[in-house]
Write a protein that binds this ligand. Structure first.
Ligand SMILES: [Zn+2]
Length: 255
């Protein structure tokens, strides 16, 4: 009798496990078969990419000066590295020769809004203007129809993310911030990135143009990344364009 009870109890547990597994795969199949930036009802920008390939992206935000731009481009060229530059419209208007130099070198050009305002303080219409004014400016200068957008200040909510997407853009933030904008020095930039817990396959690394030390750190940073076996690719080559979903960390996962 005892034996029978135990056997039935075991069957019961097995059945329960099966039901849970079936429910899980149903949810997976029904919920994640299309392109989705939505995680449990919350919209996420792309901060990193899940991949088995040892690839990372270097991204530069250009909203301030251009005094280090020639050096940055020279080092990237010497190292055979293609990066992604997110430009504000104002910056592009001020430094059109730099924009053309970035384009000629073959780097990605992305949109960093017209005037680097906090999107959360703007109406929907103003947000779209911030995106599309920069878009038109760079298109006139280069003929490039940008589709990568870096939010100023990492401030966003669901509606900001949806507005970026409705303008034809992928919202691209980062998983590794170098904190170069804090001017702690070149060594600090390299150390922060190389010791970062999120430095892994598919990481998106954040740097800036017009800071004190970024250009000084760049050679050592690239050497460090290559030394770990990473290939450095532009964001346009790192991300999935379709058939993906996101997790809560903003990690893009192929369906
Ligand atoms: Zn910025």
């Amino acid at each position: 009798m005892k034996e029978t009870v135990r056997r039935w109890r075991n069957h019961g547990i097995l059945a329960l496990v099966l039901v849970i597994a079936l429910m899980g795969s149903y949810q997976y199949l029904s919920g994640y078969t299309t392109v989705s930036s939505n995680v449990n009802g919350k919209e996420m920008p792309i901060c990193a990419v899940e991949t088995k390939e040892k690839r990372v992206a270097l991204t530069f935000e250009a909203a301030w000066g251009d005094e280090d731009m020639a050096r940055i481009l020279k080092i990237l060229k010497e190292q055979g590295v293609l990066a992604t530059f997110f430009l504000t419209g104002e910056w592009a208007g001020k430094y059109p020769e730099d924009v053309k130099a970035i384009q000629e070198a073959g780097h990605d050009i992305g949109n960093h809004s017209e005037s680097h305002r906090n999107m959360m303080g703007l109406t929907e219409e103003e947000q779209k203007e911030e995106i599309m004014n920069a878009h038109k400016k760079v298109e006139t200068l280069t003929g490039i129809g940008m589709n990568l957008f870096r939010l100023p200040y990492d401030n966003y909510d669901d509606s900001v993310i949806r507005n970026i997407q409705s303008c034809g853009y992928y919202p691209i933030q980062w998983s590794v911030d170098s904190f170069d904008w804090k001017d702690y020095g070149a060594d600090s930039i390299v150390e922060v990135v190389m010791n970062h817990e999120s430095l892994e396959n598919g990481a998106i690394i954040r740097l800036h143009c017009g800071t004190k030390y970024t250009a000084d750190a760049l050679e050592a940073l690239i050497a460090g990344l290559k030394g770990r076996g990473y290939q450095i690719v532009p964001v346009s080559e790192l991300i999935y364009k379709e058939d993906y979903h996101m997790n809560v960390m903003g990690r893009q996962i192929k369906d």
